[in-house]
Design a protein around this ligand. Structure first.
Ligand code: ATP
Length: 235
């Protein structure tokens, strides 16, 4: 099914005189801590969508959830360690430098300025997608980026007649190649990539109980967490 693309605003999208030659993935999150499912998700999508790179961008103080356990600096350091030997994935600390609440639309607008004409792909797990209408300025996102939705074990789709479903329906495109035809504006649900059933919540609660988190987080992340005794006292 192909749906009409919503009209871009003057704010952002460059003219569509030619198909974007490059595509960049954006995976925002709390990363408290980064775990293997984040890294695998980014790698799987990079391959499936032929993205030039995927930028993993930690939010300093996400509004819509409990405050993170680790500081933004520690989470960023863990993310850098996780990605240090992984080609095509980048730890991007830009949100940590911006005061005030995290606004994904502002992050995308910054990236749009840095990468004019490039296809930007905001990656969202189904759990994050379901809360999209609580994000500040979420209506600005389609003018700035495509939205790539991935299923997640245990996460439910947004209600069929709710704001998020209506917002997505108008922009939905079933063919992932759509991201090659415009720099922004489509919603693509990717169903056939494997995702791991790991959450940062589980990693934190295992640590708080003194149990092993090996193979749930990258080895370098594991080593830092153990060495610095992170996540040991709260869940
Ligand atoms: P927490 O358990 O603390 O809520 P989390 O494991 O969900 O954390 P986040 O940093 O909040 O990790 O996730 C960042 C992004 O990665 C979100 O879009 C989320 O949906 C997605 N994501 C995280 N884990 C998975 C997973 N196992 N499969 C698919 N997507 C995931």
């Amino acid at each position: 099914m192909t749906a009409a693309l919503s009209e871009p605003t003057a704010e952002s999208v460059p003219p569509r005189e030619s198909a974007p030659a490059r595509a960049i993935g954006v995976l925002g999150g709390t990363f408290d801590p980064v775990h293997c499912a984040h890294v695998r998700l980014a790698l799987e999508l990079r391959a499936a969508l032929r993205l030039d790179s995927v930028r993993l961008i930690p939010a300093p103080d996400p509004r819509l959830r409990d405050p993170p356990v680790a500081s933004p600096e520690v989470r960023m350091r863990l993310l850098e360690a996780a990605l240090s030997d992984v080609g095509g994935l980048e730890a991007d600390g830009r949100e940590l430098l911006r005061p005030g609440p995290t606004v994904t639309a502002d992050t995308l607008q910054e990236l749009r300025k840095e990468f004019p004409g490039v296809s930007l792909c905001l990656i969202l797990g189904m759990d994050a997608l379901s809360r999209l209408d609580a994000w500040i300025d979420f209506e600005r996102i389609p003018a700035l980026a495509h939205i790539i939705v991935v299923e997640r074990p245990g996460a439910v789709a947004p209600p069929r007649n709710g704001t998020v479903a209506r917002f997505l329906r108008a922009r939905r495109h079933d063919d992932p190649e759509a991201i090659r035809t415009a720099p922004a504006g489509f919603v693509v649900c990717v169903r056939d990539i494997p995702v791991l059933d790991i959450s940062a919540t589980r990693v934190r609660s295992l640590r708080a109980r003194g149990e092993s988190i090996r193979f749930l987080v990258p080895d370098r992340v594991h080593d830092i967490i153990i060495r610095e005794d992170l996540y040991a006292h709260r869940c």
